[in-house]
Design a protein around this ligand. Structure first.
Ligand SMILES: Nc1ncnc2c1ncn2[C@@H]1O[C@H](COP(=O)(O)OP(=O)(O)OP(=O)(O)O)[C@@H](O)[C@H]1O
Length: 605
């Protein structure tokens, strides 16, 4: 049983390249066929060229002292014409190959990128917070664009060289059977060297992915706009650059050491092969001098030997390259085989519209993978339809984590979350997320137009829809946008031409408009006004109920003055809810909330 499993997994490993060919085919069937046809023609035509050369030389030799030279030339002329045509076709195929390869490569690259994008979108948020995922993604991105088409090329080359080789072997067998053995023995050491160093490189690359990523990270920081201010003010540029070079140098030394050993081993293998082949050359020349072979035969065998050796070398190179590709394809499949833990239910239930009883957290606990502590402990919490609740608590107390669970970015480790009595895990993920409009404190800044920035909150509405402006009016973003040169058509951020940079508070107003646009039953705002000026913040919170219409709302904020209007306030501490009630109830309790509120209020007196 165990042996059977091992054999099965070995076969799976050895045939990894087959699905990769499927990917190449799917990327562009037309270009794939064109590539195969060209490669096949290029495999056969050189044989024809050699054979024509032999025919021409033999005809010339037999007519050397012909009585009628022009008749002899007439005999040779058709052969010359055919040889010329073959040469032209070979050149044509070479040019077409360049064209086909350029077009096909782009198709495959884009197709593979599409697959990686789809997988990245499907992946759980947890993966993005995990270094191993980033390693796998980096390796997959390295291999995806070129390994699959390379496999196709290698197979085609192997086929091409295989065809030529069979013909050459046929020829050389008529000379001496031992020559084939010599050719094989001569070529094998180089193949073994190549296979060995493919493995060494593969495992080295896997070990070093993280270091490669660290260097990329440093390189990115040096060039990214987010870091430009601090790098200049703290004078970090040269230090980052030095760290970057230190890592690159380490990688360079290690890679060079492997490459040097590989070159030496490869040279020794090739030199051995060369000595064998020269022995065979000597044998052919000796036979010709002895008069056993004709001059045409000498040329034929000489070329057949040379070509045969080249073909065999190329064939074995393709096969060992295939071995290498097969090995490195594991990097791609490792990424493509990642399975999301947040899965769709087999029989999804309809999400209630409207929600009547509410959302209930029932004894929910949660621990991040690889973390020693529980981020949430026995959370019990209710959000009734149309109600506004507030979560307050110190940094790291678990507020954002609670929201991540509500949106099923993670599932609870124990306990459950229900909507009208149905577990969140029983709804289609998209249906659930459609009903929750969330803006996290690290909201996205899209370098698109202002209108698109808001519309991304609900891409089901049309680009020119009046709801975009009305959401902007509710968040205070309209005033900002009206002052931009192209108003709602102005590109935000400085990444693209004619882009206009906003202040942090202005970006936040745009993000808030995105949340208002979402046609959801629940709105979750994680520090929605942290960067806004007091006037803007006042405008949002004094009209909050009106702004969110009949949505249920969850507010996370450290500014306790803004949570007074909440129907219920939950105070969190180290993953637990330690107090809950209305503002006045909590003030009366004289507990944690009252203390925090008093402390903040004192600062304003
Ligand atoms: N992806 C993660 N992996 C592991 N631990 C995490 C992860 N995200 C957060 N944590 C930990 O979980 C705890 C709760 O974090 P959370 O972000 O929910 O806090 P918060 O109350 O929202 O804090 P803040 O007020 O600073 O936004 C913290 O101790 C944090 O270190």
């Amino acid at each position: 049983m165990k042996a059977g499993k091992i054999i099965k997994s070995k076969i799976k490993q050895a045939t990894r390249f087959i699905p990769a060919l499927g990917l190449v085919w799917q990327s562009s069937p037309g270009w794939t066929i064109a590539r195969i046809i060209l490669v096949s023609i290029q495999g056969i035509l050189p044989l024809a060229a050699i054979y024509l050369a032999k025919l021409i030389i033999d005809t010339v030799t037999s007519n050397l002292r012909a009585a009628n030279p022009s008749a002899a030339f007439d005999q040779i002329l058709p052969l010359l014409i055919i040889a010329g045509i073959v040469t032209i076709i070979i050149s044509l195929c070479q040019s077409l190959t360049e064209l086909v390869n350029t077009a096909h490569s782009q198709k495959v690259t884009d197709y593979m990128q599409g697959i990686i994008h789809a997988k990245s979108i499907e992946a759980d948020l947890e993966y993005y917070e995990n270094a191993k995922y980033h390693d796998a993604l980096q390796r997959a991105q390295q291999e995806a664009p070129y390994r699959p088409p390379q496999i196709l090329n290698r197979l085609a080359e192997a086929g091409q060289n295989g065809i030529s080789l069979v013909a050459m072997i046929g020829l050389l067998l008529s000379l001496h059977w031992g020559i084939i053995g010599i050719l094989l023995v001569a070529a094998i050491p180089a193949v073994l060297v190549r296979m060995k160093y493919s493995r060494v490189m593969y495992y080295w690359q896997r070990r070093r992915t993280q270091l490669e990523r660290q260097s990329m990270y440093l390189g990115w920081m040096i060039t990214a706009d987010q870091y430009a201010k601090e790098i200049r003010l703290f004078d970090l540029g040269s230090w980052f650059s030095k760290e970057y070079l230190k890592i690159r140098n380490k990688l360079y030394q290690e890679r060079l050491s492997i490459a040097t050993k590989r070159s030496i081993a490869y040279f020794l293998a090739q030199a051995t092969a060369g000595i064998f082949v020269f022995g065979v050359f000597a044998f052919i020349i000796y036979q010709t001098i002895q008069g056993i072979l004709l001059l045409g035969d000498l040329v034929l065998y000489y070329q057949a030997l040379q070509r045969g050796q080249q073909n065999l070398k190329a064939l074995l190179t393709s096969l060992s390259g295939l071995y290498e590709d097969n090995l490195f394809l594991a990097n791609l499949y490792e990424f493509l085989d990642l399975k999301p833990k947040i899965v769709e239910p087999e029989y999804p239930k309809l999400l209630p519209q409207p929600i009547t009883k509410g959302i209930i957290f029932d004894n929910v606990s949660f621990q991040y993978t690889d973390s020693a502590r529980q981020a949430l402990k026995n959370i019990n919490l209710t959000i009734k339809p149309g109600e506004t609740i507030a979560l307050v608590g110190e940094n790291g107390s678990g507020k954002t984590t609670l929201i991540k669970l509500l949106c099923r970015l993670y599932d609870p480790t124990s306990g459950n979350i229900t909507i009208d009595g149905v577990d969140l895990r029983d709804f289609k993920i998209a249906d659930l997320r459609k009903q929750i409009g969330v803006i996290f404190q690290d909201y996205a800044k899209y370098h698109f137009t202002a209108a698109e920035n808001i519309r991304l909150g609900n891409i089901d509405i049309l680009p020119g829809d009046h709801q975009i402006r009305s959401a902007a009016c509710r968040s205070g973003a309209d005033d900002v946008i009206q002052r931009l040169p192209q108003k709602y058509d102005t590109i935000l951020g400085k990444l693209f031409a004619q882009g206009e940079e906003l202040s942090i508070g202005q970006w936040q107003k745009v993000a808030l408009a995105r949340a208002f646009l979402r046609d959801s039953q629940v709105i979750v705002l994680d520090e929605p006004t942290s960067a806004m000026d007091p006037k803007a913040e006042y405008e949002v919170f004094s009209r909050f109920r009106e702004l969110i219409k009949d949505q249920a709302a969850i507010l996370i904020t450290h500014r306790l003055s803004t949570v007074r209007m909440a129907d219920r306030i939950y105070v969190m501490e180290q993953g637990s809810i330690v107090e809950s009630g209305t503002h006045s109830e909590l003030i009366k309790q004289q507990g944690k909330y009252a203390y925090l509120f008093e402390t903040q209020a004192q600062n304003y007196r």
